[in-house]
Design a protein around this ligand. Structure first.
Ligand code: T3D
Length: 264
């Protein structure tokens, strides 16, 4: 499949780069872009080479959520079934980012609005350009935060701030987002791509199978009781302890050499 609305590559360094590429529409999602992102994520999941995914956007925006030009709201027109759109596109997208068995870095290069503000929250490490901002724009058009926003926001920033963001739809600066614990780190605009790529390459050389298990454990922790989480840690440690990377990590440590991890 050739891509028209995204840029996508998997490098020899193990970094899969997926950049949303509808800059004139601030990378808002139409059906074609959804389908391309879905295909790219499928390729990442099945790739032997991909060890880390880096998600970003082209142009001055990261993603403005749903392309509203694709919605016929003319008087008399039958309103679209947005539940179906969520079921068919946004929920699978967020699930696949969260469940991808590799670290997912999101580099938020500019404004992130609507579903575009919540996609980064489903990723594992979020860097944002200093000029970037996050807007829960849904309330301004009579909609409800989706793409996991109502679940992720309160867990990341607390209920009071989540409600303020969702009910007011005000612009949250990248710096405030970092201070509130919504994202990992703010960097200067000029270095965002390099910083994100540097982080991605660093992670790609790590024991990424183990990193995927860490991600799984942390993603489940809010749903589990303490005892359940202990049992999950036991099960995941069993898997980690059977990996080639564990063998390599211990052997390299004992022999005082640099480990060479393979992600399995
Ligand atoms: O429908 C379903 O399937 C349900 C699921 C919904 C998920 C959602 O994401 S709903 C929320 C949809 N998104 C929004 O409501 C955000 C709309 N956009 C904005 O509020 C603003 O554009 C921004 C705050 C993001 C940025 O503002 P600003 O002033 O920096 O840029 P701008 O001038 O508004 O936008 C630049 C261009 O992008 C402009 O086009 P033009 O005039 O230059 O030809 C604008 O129309 C276009 N654009 C921005 N966002 C969207 C969009 N075009 C279509 N859809 C958009 N969401």
């Amino acid at each position: 499949m050739s891509f028209q609305h995204i840029l996508f590559s998997i490098g020899d360094d193990g970094v899969a780069l997926l950049s949303l590429n509808r800059p004139e529409q601030l990378n808002s999602f139409n059906t074609a872009m959804h389908l391309e992102v879905r295909e790219a994520l499928k390729q990442v999941r099945h790739s032997e080479r991909a060890r880390v995914l880096l998600l970003t956007g082209e142009g001055r925006g990261f993603c403005a959520g749903q392309d509203l030009a694709d919605r016929n709201v003319a008087p008399g027109a039958e309103l679209p079934d947005l539940g179906q759109s969520i079921e068919q596109f946004y929920n699978p997208l967020v699930r696949s980012l969260r469940d991808l068995p590799l670290p997912v870095i999101c580099a938020v290069n500019g404004v992130a609005a609507g579903a575009g503000a919540n996609l980064p929250l489903a990723c594992d490490l979020v860097l944002a350009a200093r000029s970037a901002s996050f807007i829960q724009a849904f309330c301004k058009i009579g909609l409800v935060p989706d793409s996991g926003g109502t679940w992720l926001l309160p867990r990341l920033v607390g209920m009071a701030r989540a409600k303020a963001l969702a009910l007011l739809g005000e612009r949250l600066s990248a710096e405030q987002a970092e201070q509130w614990g919504l994202i990992h780190r703010v960097v200067d605009d000029a270095v965002l791509r390099d910083e994100a790529l540097g982080l991605a390459r660093h992670l790609a050389a790590q024991p990424t199978y183990g990193l995927a298990l860490i991600k799984r454990a942390l993603n489940q922790s809010f749903d589990n009781r303490f005892d359940e989480q202990l049992e999950l840690e036991r099960d995941l440690q069993r898997l980690a302890g059977r990996s080639e990377d564990y063998r390599e990590g211990v052997s390299a440590f004992m022999n005082k050499r640099t480990p060479v991890f393979k992600g399995r």
